[in-house]
Write a new protein. Structure first.
Length: 318
């Protein structure tokens, strides 16, 4: 019997899961194809499942070339790069790895916040480059800012936002948040207006889905956050107007930023790369063995359920 055909758009880094996928399905790794266009032309009609990444998703024109498709399994929690309305109308399950990466993303948010306000990366470079020996006087390194007790404003109080709140609360930080609506099951203060939240916060942590929130962090929000305020983004680069952010960093209109995600990854604006007040990551928030293994297993399950004719448990559209 021929195996079901699966198109994989992004690598999975867990060897056991790759072995299992290869034993169950005929895997087609789009990212390794010499001529993906010609391949799609010839084989698109036989593909029954797509595996893709959270921020890369799959575009509608490609979905239209996969008429036998039974599932889009997103190896991530963000599905903003998949047209859910289109998939819903087509009766196509789109699955996500809901809940698998919450803890790691929240951990990195706190890590970035501490790195930003304590200048961890700049001071690391100061030591590494031999500068400490040349400038041993304590004034050679500027004083940092205390994280414990900072007023933390969370943008998007979903799973990740709540996990960030829990961690920040353990550091004695008063928490406020904004979202589409107030939530009655949390003790945190709801602030409907983002500018007002920024004005009331020492650190703004972005945890929101990007689909309806493109560019919400702009010059007005950054100015409200102010020259003693920090921005952390572990959600999507598109939430931020990156030109406004770069200008605010360069001019010292905000104190610093910790960024894991960018508008046009892997490109990071020069002004952000050059600034010592910005701590950078390469979209790594979910990138631990533990989380990536749990995510990959959920992807396996979703594909298996869909190909067995069941509604995948993690489906967002069916
Ligand atoms: C991953 C993500 O980097 O979950 C998401 O939405 O963006 C990230 O966790 C990505 O999905 C890995 O493929």
């Amino acid at each position: 019997m021929t195996k079901p055909q699966v198109l994989q758009l992004n690598p999975i880094l867990i060897p056991e899961v790759n072995d299992e996928l290869a034993s169950l399905y005929q895997m087609h790794r789009h990212f390794e194809m010499a001529d993906p266009e010609a391949w799609l032309q010839e084989h698109g009609a036989s593909i029954q499942a797509v595996i893709t990444g959270g921020h890369t998703g799959i575009a509608v024109p490609m979905l239209e070339r996969l008429p036998a498709l039974k599932v889009v399994a997103v190896n991530g929690v963000g599905t903003d790069a998949v047209d859910l309305a289109y998939c819903r109308a087509r009766g196509l399950p789109v699955t996500a790895t809901l809940g698998a990466l919450t803890e790691d993303v929240a951990d990195l948010a706190i890590g970035l916040l501490i790195a930003a306000c304590r200048n961890l990366c700049a001071v690391d470079r100061f030591v590494r480059d031999g500068q400490w020996e040349q400038h041993p006087q304590p004034s050679a390194v500027p004083l940092a800012r205390r994280f414990s007790g900072m007023r933390v404003g969370i943008v998007g109080l979903g799973r990740v936002g709540r996990a960030v709140a829990q961690r920040a609360a353990a550091f004695g930080c008063p928490i406020a948040y904004t979202d589409l609506r107030a939530m009655d099951d949390v003790p945190h203060r709801f602030v409907p207006d983002l500018v007002e939240l920024a004005r009331d916060s020492d650190a703004l942590v972005l945890c929101a889905a990007a689909d309806k929130a493109e560019g919400i962090v702009d010059a007005a929000v950054l100015d409200a956050l102010g020259p003693r305020g920090f921005l952390v983004n572990v959600a999507r680069g598109r939430l931020v107007n990156e030109d406004d952010l770069a200008a605010a960093i360069v001019a010292g209109r905000i104190a610093g930023a910790g960024l894991d995600v960018f508008v046009d990854e892997p490109r990071v604006p020069d002004a952000l790369r050059r600034s010592d007040r910005v701590t950078l990551q390469a979209h790594r928030a979910s990138a631990t063995w533990e989380t990536r293994a749990a995510m990959a297993r959920m992807v396996l399950d979703s594909v298996a359920q869909a190909l067995a004719g069941q509604r995948p448990a993690m489906s967002l559209t069916t």
